[in-house]
Design a protein around this ligand. Structure first.
Ligand code: AMP
Ligand code: MG
Length: 304
């Protein structure tokens, strides 16, 4: 059985990682802004247009979520990945601000606990997947298990099975596990959309400094982020390998240009809205007999 491809609007398709294609992140422009729109319109005008699109997408998302919730036939899983400061939290806040909190869940994943370490690596994620009718957002995900863990394999040290002597085989095994897991979810009625918020190293420096220049942002700064920045090239390579191995027709990866926050947020919103619309869901049908019962109830209430 061929699994259904999410429907994606033309202007967003360019960000999809073509399945099986070798990925070089240098060829994805972190500063891209709406089809040369910035050059044509200037930054301010281009920003205004995208912010307006985001506003429309928010409204559209609220209405498609209502249908999704009532139809209860599909779940939506949205995965957000990116380097520190890439804008994962802000994207969630802006894109999801219009949706009904009932029917939406957000899960962030930190360093696994001992209990989590003592299970297979997908365990903690599978426990909190969205149910049919819901939109579930993963702020970081099982992809960390082939990103931060690949860059720092010592995180695995006490675990069985270990990397062993063939590291490539070990990581390829994890990619395959992830693809099978996602295939299983899609087959069971989950729409999966995966976004890598792609920022430049220069932009990360700017954002880290910004956190140190404003008192109210100090809490966002972690000394560990600075340490991780030293591994930028290793992370880039891990991302490239992961994107290449796990972008599929049925659960595609989007490399979202992240240096301009309003570009990233709008691109993510556009992709989510069009993909949910593409499910062609409708409100549950009410039979003639049921309508009759409802009308009887209406009459009784009116006669009270
Ligand atoms: P934050 O997103 O700022 O809350 O940071 C969460 C931290 O948890 C990051 O440093 C991640 O690298 C780390 N993390 C998330 N998932 C894993 C994982 N599976 N294994 C190890 N570290 C992880
Ligand atoms: Mg952080």
């Amino acid at each position: 059985m061929k699994l259904k491809k999410p429907e994606i609007k033309q202007n967003i398709k360019q960000f999809i990682v073509k399945p099986g294609r070798k990925v070089n992140l240098k060829s994805f422009d972190t500063g891209w802004a709406q089809n040369e729109g910035m050059k044509l319109l200037g930054e301010e005008r281009s920003k205004d247009l995208l912010v307006e699109m985001l506003e429309n997408d928010r409204t559209a998302l609220a209405s498609v979520q209502d249908v999704l919730w009532s139809a209860r036939s599909h779940a939506v899983l949205i995965i957000l990945q990116g380097m520190d400061t890439a804008g994962k939290d802000g994207t969630i806040r802006h894109v999801m601000s219009g949706v009904n909190p009932q029917g939406c869940s957000v899960h962030g994943f930190k360093v696994p606990t001992d209990e989590e370490h003592n299970h297979d690596f997908l365990w903690r994620y599978s426990k909190v997947l969205p149910q049919r009718g819901e939109i579930g957002i993963f702020n970081r995900s099982y992809y960390e298990d082939v990103l931060v863990v690949k860059v720092h394999p010592d995180i695995l040290s006490d675990l069985a099975p270990d990397i062993g002597t063939d590291a490539k085989k070990f990581w390829d095994g994890r990619y395959k596990d992830i693809v099978s897991f996602e295939k299983h979810l899609v087959r069971n009625g989950t729409l999966i959309l995966k976004f890598f918020l792609h920022i430049s190293k220069k932009e990360q420096k700017k954002r880290l400094l910004d956190r140190l220049e404003h008192k109210e942002k100090y809490w966002k700064f972690s000394v560990a982020d600075l340490a991780e920045r030293q591994y930028w090239d290793q992370y880039t390579k891990a991302y490239e390998d992961m994107l290449q191995a796990t972008s599929t027709e049925f659960a595609p990866w989007f490399v979202i240009p992240g240096d301009y926050k309003w570009v990233a947020r709008t691109a993510v919103a556009e992709a989510i809205v069009t993909a949910i619309k593409g499910l062609n869901l409708s409100y549950p049908k009410v039979s003639d007999d049921e309508v009759k019962l409802l009308m009887d109830a209406k009459k009784k209430l009116e006669a009270e």
